[in-house]
Ligand binder design. Structure first.
Ligand code: R5P
Length: 296
């Protein structure tokens, strides 16, 4: 088996190959003047199994197309078993029709991945588990619950907070594991990039609140939730988020928010974040999961 790194997160792919003791092969990705991508695998691929590591992160469309083009190149080298390790699965939020005449984007992305020749997908903290149903190939889904729980368990007076109804399952797994209460923020999404935190179900006064979410994009969801929690008497607010997209002015918003500390993982590469951010490298746990799940 060999690992091929797409350009989204070279460090993650390199660390994965080191931990799995598998050779890491680079791809030369270039761009035509009109934005089209051109990829070329720079080494020999005389192997039955290849694992392509690529997050569908910003620029999501380029990274997705790069993944599909690399897969096609690998398939044309005669590789039969092609695994996509997708640390951040972009488009997963669009897993249903929330407005008239819209697509189910995650479903069409799943079709594209399958049609390209990928035989197995292994990903991290998928937005909703039912996305697996869009695939007809094995999809394995590593979650960050144990990683987050191991940090939160050293605190007392804790309450776990889901910042919206969609995150209840994820947050409740942590509150159940720690045997602490769960609060839920009622979020209204007014447009695709704008939401409000309206009220809280649960009693947060005097508590250290730990918000659990899968994605930070604009930062609106967790910053609004933090504001509401503090207004309701919370002692402190810490956030744990797996995929830090951190678009536009989100870093500034978080730095100026009521959030004391935010823990993110390295499924998406970031540098030079403020001291509010702690990046949790997760290649080690993910590599162990890959060893268990990948079918050779
Ligand atoms: C939504 O369902 C997700 O779980 C996140 O809460 C959302 O994507 C965060 O987006 P933003 O940071 O733009 O509020």
């Amino acid at each position: 088996m060999k690992i091929i790194s797409g350009s989204s997160n070279l460090e993650f792919a390199y660390n994965l190959s080191r931990l799995l003791h598998i050779e890491n092969i680079f791809v030369n990705t270039q761009q035509f003047e009109d934005g089209e991508l051109r990829v070329q695998i720079v080494d020999d691929l005389n192997t039955p199994t290849v694992c392509i590591v690529q997050s569908i992160s910003n620029p999501a469309n380029d990274h997705l197309i790069e993944l599909l083009l690399i897969t096609d190149a690998v398939r044309r080298c005669g590789v039969k078993n092609i695994i996509a390790a997708i640390p951040y699965f972009g488009y997963a939020r669009q897993d249903r029709k929330t407005y008239d005449y819209g697509p189910i984007s995650a479903s069409i992305i799943a079709k594209m991945i399958e049609l390209s020749g990928i035989n197995q997908v292994i990903t991290i903290d998928l937005h909703s588990p039912q996305i697996e149903g869009f695939f007809h190939i094995p999809l394995h889904h590593f979650n960050t619950i144990d990683i987050f729980t191991s940090i939160i368990q050293s605190y007392s007076d804790v309450i776990i907070v889901s910042p919206d109804a969609g995150g209840i399952l994820r947050a409740s797994k942590i509150s159940n594991k720690l045997n602490v209460d769960l609060a839920i923020v009622n979020k209204t999404r007014k447009s695709h990039n704008y939401s409000t935190a309206d009220f809280i179900s649960g009693y947060v006064e005097g508590k250290h609140c730990f918000i659990i979410d899968d994605i930070i994009d604009t930062g609106g969801t967790i910053c609004n939730a933090a504001d509401l929690l503090i207004r309701n008497g919370a002692k402190s607010v810490t956030a744990f988020v797996t995929h830090a997209i951190l678009s536009a002015k989100s870093k500034e918003l978080i730095n100026n928010s009521k959030i004391d500390q935010i823990y993110i993982t390295n499924t998406i590469k970031h540098q030079n974040l403020s001291s509010k951010f702690t990046i949790l490298p997760i290649e080690e746990q993910f590599s162990k999961y890959c060893k268990q799940k990948i079918i050779l």
